[in-house]
Design a protein around this ligand. Structure first.
Ligand code: ZN
Ligand code: ZN
Length: 123
């Protein structure tokens, strides 16, 4: 593993958030000031392909990256763009029972106003 890849990996592992490439770049730059945005993008692609991290695609949003690689659901705050995990069980079986055909994949996009934004709004 290259030094850059290790740093990018650590940034993701140490964060509680689902960061975008740009947010990961900002953090990685604190550790390695010479790192380039292109390097971050390239390594994020390699690591998601290798299954080391999870790429989360959200409509109308930049991709977010997750250290939790097992399939799980996310919700998106439409106000700040933050992505959160949601503990919803896998729906494949239920969908298959309802539809009567094997489900290859499905996308679930849940849009919310997150706690932080609700607090900000209440002030
Ligand atoms: Zn929010
Ligand atoms: Zn997640």
């Amino acid at each position: 593993m290259t030094q850059q890849r290790r740093i990018i990996f650590d940034v993701i592992q140490n964060s509680m958030r689902h960061m975008t490439a740009e947010q990961i770049y900002v953090e990685a730059k604190q550790i390695l000031p010479t790192i380039a945005m292109g390097t971050v993008y390239r390594n994020l692609g390699l690591m998601s392909d290798a299954g080391e991290i999870l790429r989360i695609e959200m409509p109308g949003q930049p991709d977010h990256f997750d250290k939790t690689v097992r399939p799980h659901h996310h919700c998106l705050c439409t106000y700040c763009g933050e992505v959160y995990d949601i503990p919803v069980p896998d729906l494949t079986e239920q969908l298959e029972a309802t539809i009567g055909s094997p489900v290859e994949s499905y996308d679930l996009t849940v849009r919310i106003m997150c706690d932080a934004c609700r607090k900000k709004n209440a002030q």
